[in-house]
Design a protein around this ligand. Structure first.
Ligand code: 16G
Ligand code: MG
Length: 548
């Protein structure tokens, strides 16, 4: 062990010395920065950490994904994937931060501290699966990570360019998690989800007002590139017209994040009235739908809409299958108030609210037999407990069940194969949404008509130190600075259906403000007023936002 660790330090110093004085933190999205060119040493060290993580998990495969998701093209980042295909365990986030910020000379001792703290058996063989998005800086960073893994004595499975959710899926497959996975290859992934998708729609791709055709905005990232391969499996079951498929700049005026934040259609996708359009982000782990009506008005169907669509359909199948399984839906404070009341009052599905960040949502969803989770920004999936999986799979083979019940159970079983349960997956989520719309015979307007969103507004406030804002109750209540929450409460009272919260961003040096109310003008005014109070009480920089 001593030899390996001292060699790791030597190679690090020679090839990947620490750059600059700036410290970096492993946050909700792993490490992510504006200065991709300075990230080489971080990737080398994340490679080292991945080997330790694999050893600590008895040699299970660990994923290492190089991406900055929806950020502009020059940015980059990396995150680690745990053996079940889930986000890195929170306890290890601080090891990642410590290792990334160690000086070159303390690299060996920083590694040994982790080995000791986690009682890692050095003899265990390690395996790390490496994937990257389409950014120009990604190949160099992958090289740094691979050097780290190999110098540390780990084995590498290099998948090259893949979507983030594909890598999560491969990791789960390699570790043989559950019966729900298949071959850890791109072909295996597509075969599994698309075979199930086609089975669900049978030989009748049309149904009622549902038309089997979508326009797909690939954000000029990996999503469109991979879906192109997937289309070979789809045949006529769904026609997908690909746009922003890599010829333009990544995430520039297109992609799920742009559309959600700007509330407008992307560039690069032709306007066709009432056509169902899908938009994914740069690494294809987020998805939103939109359409433009005959009056040129833009309509967004975001993560909340997708969650309610899926939960409503699952609730029906669960009832019909009579298996007594419990369904739950998980949201964050950003979920539109109308979606929350629709879910709890109309669909009668229990709803939980957790802090922002996939790890929180995923974790909570797994407490239910079947958990649906989505962030309003379009990241989400469905999870099935082992118990639910066993119940569904065995009932689906019980030919003694009444036809209706058997059909619902078989549908649930097949649906499970369309779903990438490890993490939000834009391609798989699109196929789930298309399945539900097909089953219901709905157009995109029918889907939108299920409830009316409350108008809302998001604002950013630049402050000296965003950490002065501390929150509780799933980020809905502000604990510090003193007096801020009282002022928010007072402001909110002046607006019918008013709701507002503030939270420090996990990915940018800012405080985010969210407000919703009965009209757009009220939501805008409330957001501005709250932003102004934040600016005043939390050390705002520059001129404060001006309420009308
Ligand atoms: C990260 C999170 C995403 C969250 C976003 C919030 C993961 C994989 N990603 O992108 O879930 O919505 O951060 O950003 O957890 P913010 O803290 O800047 O608002
Ligand atoms: Mg993403």
């Amino acid at each position: 062990m001593a030899d390996v660790v001292s060699n790791v330090k030597k190679v690090g110093l020679e090839k990947y010395p620490r750059q600059g004085p700036r410290n970096i933190q492993y946050g909700t999205a792993g490490f992510r920065t504006r200065w991709a060119e300075d990230l080489d040493y971080v990737l080398y060290r994340v490679g080292l950490l991945a080997v330790l993580r694999s050893k600590s998990k008895g040699g299970a495969a660990i994923g290492l994904m190089i991406t900055a998701s929806h950020n502009p093209e020059p940015d980059n980042g990396v995150k680690l994937i745990d053996p079940f295909g889930e986000m890195l365990q929170q306890r290890w986030e601080k090891f990642a931060t410590r290792l990334a910020n160690a000086s070159d000379t303390e690299l060996d001792s920083a590694l040994l501290e982790i080995v000791e703290a986690e009682s890692i058996s050095w003899e265990t063989q390690a395996l790390v699966c490496v994937g990257q998005d389409t950014r120009p800086s990604s190949p160099g960073l992958a090289q740094a990570a691979v050097t780290g893994i190999r110098t540390m004595g780990g084995k590498v499975n290099d998948y090259g360019i893949v979507t983030t959710p594909m890598l999560h899926y491969f990791v789960a497959c390699i570790n043989n998690i559950g019966s729900a996975y298949s071959e850890p290859t791109e072909d295996g992934y597509f075969k599994k989800i698309i075979t199930a998708f086609k089975k669900l729609r049978g030989d009748k791709p049309e149904n009622g007002k549902y038309v089997p055709s979508v326009m797909f905005d690939g954000a000029n990232g990996v999503g469109a590139m991979k879906l192109e391969a997937g289309l070979l499996h789809l045949h006529d079951s769904l026609q997908v017209q690909l746009y922003n498929n890599g010829t333009g700049q990544l995430n520039y005026k297109c992609g799920a994040d742009y559309i959600k934040v700007q509330q407008c259609a992307p560039v690069g996708v032709p306007q066709k009235s009432n056509a169902r359009c899908v938009s994914v982000d740069g690494d294809a782990d987020r998805i939103v739908y939109y359409y433009i009506d005959t009056h040129d008005k833009f309509h967004l169907l975001d993560g909340d809409r997708i969650a309610t669509l899926i939960a409503g359909y699952l609730m029906e199948l669960i009832k019909k299958s009579d298996l007594g399984l419990q369904l739950g839906l998980v949201q964050t404070a950003y979920a539109n108030g109308s979606s929350t009341s629709y879910i709890s009052k109309t669909l009668k599905v229990p709803v939980a609210c957790v802090p922002t960040g996939v790890k929180h949502l995923h974790h909570k969803a797994m407490e239910y037999d079947i958990g649906v989770y989505f962030e309003a920004n379009g990241h989400g999936t469905v999870t099935f407990s082992d118990f639910a999986t066993r119940c569904i799979c065995s009932a689906a083979e019980d030919l003694s069940l009444p036809a209706d019940q058997l059909h619902a159970t078989e549908t649930l079983a097949t649906l499970m194969d369309v779903i990438n349960q490890t993490v939000g997956d834009a391609i798989s989520d699109m196929l789930i949404v298309e399945t539900v719309l097909h089953a219901r015979g709905w157009s995109i307007e029918d889907w939108e008509a299920t409830y009316t969103d409350l108008p809302n507004r998001q604002l950013k406030v630049v402050v000296k130190d965003r950490r002065v804002i501390e929150t509780t109750d799933a980020e809905r209540v502000c604990v510090t600075p003193a007096g801020l929450q009282d002022q928010i409460n007072m402001l909110v009272k002046n607006f019918p259906n008013g709701r507002s919260f503030v939270r420090p961003s996990g990915t940018e040096d800012i405080v985010r403000v969210y407000a919703e109310a009965d009209t757009q003008a009220s939501a805008d005014r409330l957001a501005l007023q709250v932003a102004s109070v934040v600016h005043q009480l939390a050390g705002g920089i520059g001129s404060p936002p001006v309420p009308e």
